[in-house]
Design a protein around this ligand. Structure first.
Ligand code: F1X
Length: 389
């Protein structure tokens, strides 16, 4: 057995020059200002957002208000970190707490006019309405005409690279247009073998972002259902707004509306998916643990049982990858199977690299990529498909 989880330190933002440091120092203040400006919040909400902005800039965390419904839960999760520096807490924990505090500042859980108002909805709506989406949906017409294996590759890569459409990145204008087609790891053969070479069962699809990532995810899901590669698909989305663009049930409905209204194959796929929701072949799931500041290794039995009963679990995106492998300073050649040995069923991660954690890549490959001088681990220009049967 390799290094135990406890021996490998968690990634924190208190390493000068680290990606995590930049998230707290640069990204979060920008994000609070963008949220503040995106909706006509009342003076009390604006003052709360300004206080959060001051906290972010001062790198000093405050606890949730004692009246918060989940005050004790967050106290149990974060007693050692609260009132400390954002950058001294584990990156995964602190970033998740930041988004919980952002919802507190906007009044998302409070009685009053802002209850349930997604602070990121203006960003999500703008992305979904964009003409780029028209083009991406139209591309399904070409995909539909491809031979089986090529079609599956096209659908899988569209879902994988859809993860680059991440509003936390676009906030900083960090996404370039040109994307490398190189994967640093490619277990796609394992994914298709798990789907084609075994009797169909339930597939848990743990979604990430709404909009331009969710649309290709839904196209892939439609394919799995249409080809009967899954008897049922459980689409896990977030119970509340999270990490700017993480998908909620409302975002799934908005994406389905966008698909169904489109001409050609996209419209047909949208109609099939709506019918699949009605028939129960496609189910939305919003487990509370989806927004917990913890790795999946700490998941509750209720979620563990769901993944254990699935023929395959697919996780999308960088944050889910961090939670799946543990957001730690792993040597990159740490085997994916080793750090996911706790996971109770076959699992495949589809991820564009947008933070520093990485496993399952041999030292020579990562050294060669480091030698390029590119920030290949954190700019979304590289991706991976990593799985374990
Ligand atoms: O899970 P996603 O959407 O692929 O990526 C989310 C994410 O990359 O955005 C943060 C930066 O704000 C990262 O720390 C985090 O992992």
């Amino acid at each position: 057995m390799g290094q135990q989880r406890g021996e490998v330190p968690p990634i924190r933002g208190n390493v000068p020059g680290s990606y995590a440091e930049g998230v707290f120092r640069d990204r979060h203040p920008v994000l609070v200002r963008q949220v503040r400006d995106a909706l006509p919040y009342s003076p009390d909400r604006l003052q709360a957002l300004d206080r959060l902005l001051e906290e972010a800039i001062a790198d000093k965390m405050q606890p949730l208000d004692a009246s918060a419904h989940d005050f004790r839960t967050w106290l149990s999760w974060g007693r050692p970190y609260l009132r400390g520096r954002w950058t001294d807490a584990p990156f995964l924990w602190a970033e998740s707490y930041f988004y919980r505090r952002l919802l507190e500042a906007t009044g998302y859980f409070d009685d009053g006019p802002w209850r349930g108002v997604d602070p990121f909805e203006p960003f999500k709506r703008a992305e979904l309405a964009g003409s780029v989406v028209d083009e991406e949906l139209a591309s399904l017409d070409a995909v539909a005409g491809l031979p089986g294996p090529e079609k599956e590759t096209a659908l899988l890569l569209a879902s994988l690279w859809g993860n680059r459409a991440d509003l936390t990145f676009q906030v900083m204008g960090e996404l370039g247009e040109e994307k490398s087609a190189d994967l640093v790891a490619d277990d796609s053969a394992l994914l298709w073998s798990l789907l084609h070479d075994r009797p169909p069962g339930t597939v848990c699809f743990v979604a990430d972002n709404a909009g331009r990532e969710l649309l290709p995810d839904l196209a892939l899901i439609d394919h799995l259902l249409t080809r009967r590669l899954a008897t049922e698909i459980v689409l896990h989305v977030k119970p509340q707004p999270y990490f700017v663009s993480d998908a909620t049930p409302a975002d799934v409905l908005a994406a389905l509306d966008r698909m169904t209204a489109a001409p050609g194959q996209a419209g047909k796929a949208g109609a099939r998916l709506r019918q699949a929701l009605r028939s129960g072949r496609l189910t939305l799931r919003t487990h509370p643990f989806a927004c917990a500041p913890l790795p999946y290794a700490d998941m509750p039995d209720s979620l563990r049982d769901e993944f254990a009963s699935a023929a395959l679990t697919v996780t999308k995106g960088d944050l889910n990858y961090r939670r799946l492998v543990g957001d730690r300073m792993w040597p990159t050649d740490t085997p994916f199977s080793e750090v996911t040995a706790y996971f109770p069923g076959p699992v495949v991660a589809l991820r564009t690299l947008k933070s520093e954690v990485l496993v399952g890549v041999d030292a020579r490959t990562s050294a060669a990529l480091d030698a390029t001088g590119d920030a290949w681990r954190t700019t979304g220009t590289r991706a991976l498909i990593q799985g374990r049967a």
